[in-house]
Design a protein around this ligand. Structure first.
Ligand code: ZN
Length: 57
């Protein structure tokens, strides 16, 4: 079964492993794992750093 890939270079969609437009290697359009928690974790870390800087100054 073939999956839809997307080209990180020109953002075109293809079923091939390489982009027909610019021959760049394509990546799966839908990543197998997506965890929004990581994003929030990063955001919280940044917020913590910012508040820490704020407290020090
Ligand atoms: Zn491309």
């Amino acid at each position: 079964m073939r999956h839809i890939h997307t080209c990180p270079h020109c953002h075109s969609y293809t079923l091939e492993d390489s982009c027909p437009q610019c021959t760049q290697q394509t990546i799966l359009a839908r990543p197998p794992k997506y965890s929004p928690e990581d994003k929030y974790g990063e955001y919280r870390r940044k917020a913590k750093e910012l508040s820490h800087e704020h407290m020090e100054n």
